[in-house]
Design a protein around this ligand. Sequence first.
Ligand SMILES: [Ca+2]
Ligand SMILES: [Ca+2]
Length: 509
Amino acid sequence: MAHLRSRHRLALAVPVVLSLTASLGFLPGVAAATPLAAPAATTTADGPNLSYVVNTTTDHRTIESVKRAIGAAGGTVVIAYEQIGVIVVHSANPDFGPRIRAVRGVQSAGATRTSPLQAAGTTDEGAVQVLSAAEAAKVAKTAEPGQEPLEADQWDLRAIGADKAAAVDPGSKKVTVAVIDVGVDDTHPDIAPNFSPSQSANCVGGKPDTTYGAWRPVDAAHYHGTHVAGEIAAARNGVGVAGVAPGVKVSGITVAEPDSTQLFYPESVVCAFVFAADHGVEITNNSYYVDPWLYNCLDDPDQKAIVDAVNRAQLYAQRKGTLNVAAAGNSNDDLDSDALTDASSPDDSTATTRTVDPHKCFDIPTQLPGVVTVSSTGVKGAKSYFSSYGDGVIDVAAPGGDRYQIPDTPSGNGRILSTLPNNTYGFLQGTSMATPHVAGVAALLKSKYPWASPAQLQLLLKAEADNPGCPTEPYDGNGDGVVDATCVGGKHVNGFYGAGIVNALRAVK
Ligand SMILES: [Ca+2]
Ligand SMILES: [Ca+2]
């Protein structure tokens, strides 16, 4: 679950205990330390079968010649994305990485994983809190005319004017937000009315599977994407909750491993961006970081290849008119600092502790160019205690919940209430939850300005945001008396909130 912006590291609020179980047979070993001088034509399969991304040009002849070299080096092509020059490969040759990097026409190449999962972890942000039937009945009793039954607990909608915006314009059915995540339960009665099956797929492994229903979560533990989808576009249908943009469409592109690791490998994410771009998706929601590295350092050939492949895919989506919105992370890291401690990578084998410079080692996709980077706020409009931040890194902020900031609502829960698989509802907190609020407001903007480019949408999000400014007191997010972060910047742009907290009502006016 590393990828999910939940744990201390970055993403969100997901519980889930990592365990080993079956999952693919990837083993340790990897080629990283292997010298480059391997002999020709080794096709031995004496190593673990790893997955790679091989990045080349978009020229067809070059791609064909690189494909032949891949075969000669003991690799098998899974899929070639010619439009971005990225080839997904499996190989059991321990020398495959160095071998293929030496081939003419290959710009970067590397393994997208290290070895099978061994470590377990729990989330700092706490597990999902399911709303019981009794609690739901209590909340529903407080609903006012015109409100959804559980809306009294949705302080986040009111915080960005999304309740009032829905009365003006709920957004257009011609706009789709794709949720790149662990799967979306489109049979949920609050999601079914707005779901777009033709823009949904399962991208696990790097190749899209569009079989009907392939995008659904494999089990109830894969609930994260369903929560995100509801935050964006849960219908105003007299049932449950409402999303920020209840008139737009939402789709699901699954990238999480189906086992309990729920890892988001790079080739799956590459597939998701290309699929979204090629299927007319206007906005993608990315509430995760790409596994297995929290920060990908460009001086490492594998990590460089991962950054290169994912960046090509997300830039391709932008060129086709898709705005990509991504979570800043849940590790309360200053992404503008000179040095950060990354103790969680790689998260598919044994993590080691290393110091990284976030200007050279990137959390992706959130730190990639043109991506809207989102920090999280609580009900008081202050940065969530877990939210990463950084002057010049954060673009905008949005409600993602904070259990230390208590709202005056029936449940008094500072987290975000939304849909869960199997027709249930629950609370989560994280930058994972902030991101869909931004995606929802962006969808409202796109509904109003259908010709707006991704860059223009991002400018509008910023121009219409409300900036709380840096706090005047030292920031102690969890109230333990120890200062947790320093906000750098001014009233209009700063490291905690970027240009400010997005606003749905302004988007539709
Ligand atoms: Ca509803
Ligand atoms: Ca503190």
